[in-house]
Design a protein around this ligand. Structure first.
Ligand code: HPA
Length: 273
């Protein structure tokens, strides 16, 4: 498949250039949308909703599938990212719930990480399994242009941290207090289970990617036991802010990209398919 050719057109007669990957709470932005599944060499994507948002055709991909049924370590990250690539997506805005490792961060705060550390263990982490051996540049793992727009919009709705290192763990269990102390020593600020390999796969295909995180809990060992209910409850409360930032960011996204993300080798171009 060559990018930009034979791309599917949606109701507004537009190709989808922006995608949002998120968990629960964002679906309502996409209630009246066209639902599609996209076949890829890595399997079929989750259901993708496509609709017009702020005058732009936007795709929404629920990372954990419809009804939040797939745990973090079982998500088919390659199928999801490749499906968006096939649609013609150039920019991905992700959202992630995170635990705060940095004691200055509090539940409900927004975070736009600038760097990451990958502690996942058993995920398919690349599209480049075959020759030619390919190493993407990941010096700046998150797109600076999307980050700038997310930060500008997030500052209007509440507390936002603009320098933060995201550490991705394998899950599905939460971390031990010792792991969190180690991550803090390494300089990590927030912890989550789904940020990788998503960010790296997007870069491999030349897609801009940044994430709007929200702190759903203090990380393990900081304030008592961790429960999924606590994480879900804070997520529910902060979600209107997240939706607001996403809508505003989509609205302000320039037509053309001025970052370097697309300079990474694209799978299609590299393989000449
Ligand atoms: N750890 C890992 N992932 C998470 C957490 C956490 O504390 N909170 C939300 N996602």
């Amino acid at each position: 498949m060559e990018r930009g050719r034979n791309l599917k057109r949606f109701p507004s007669d537009d190709v989808v250039r922006i995608a949002i990957i998120g968990g629960s709470g964002l679906e309502e932005l996409f209630s009246s949308s066209e639902k599609i599944y996209v076949g890829t060499p890595y399997g079929i994507s989750h259901e993708i909703s496509v609709c017009e948002l702020q005058g732009k055709t936007v795709a929404f991909l629920p990372r954990h599938g419809r009804g939040h049924t797939v745990p973090p370590h079982k998500i088919n990250y390659r199928a999801n990212i490749y499906a968006l690539y096939k649609l013609g997506v150039e920019r991905i805005i992700a959202t992630n719930a995170v635990g705060a490792i940095n004691l200055d961060f509090k539940p409900g705060d927004l975070v736009v990480p600038h760097d990451l550390i990958d502690f996942t263990r058993q995920r398919h982490l690349t599209f480049f399994d075959q020759p030619p051996v390919t190493h993407i540049d990941f010096t700046e793992p998150y797109c600076p242009e999307i980050r700038r727009i997310l930060l500008e919009k997030a500052k209007k709705v509440g507390v936002v941290h603009e320098r933060a290192i995201y550490v991705c763990t394998e899950g599905p269990r939460f971390e031990t207090p010792a792991e969190i102390r180690m991550f803090r020593m390494l300089g990590c600020d927030v912890v989550g289970m789904t940020g990788m390999p998503e960010a790296a796969l997007a870069r491999e295909l030349g897609i801009c990617y940044a994430t709007l995180c929200f702190v759903s809990n203090m990380a393990a060992g900081i304030s008592g036991r961790l429960t999924y209910e606590e994480v879900s409850e804070v997520s529910r409360v902060v979600m209107p802010k997240v939706r607001n930032v996403i809508m505003e960011a989509v609205s302000s996204m320039p037509e053309t990209r001025s970052c370097q993300c697309a300079l990474s080798p694209e799978l299609g171009r590299k393989k000449g398919v």
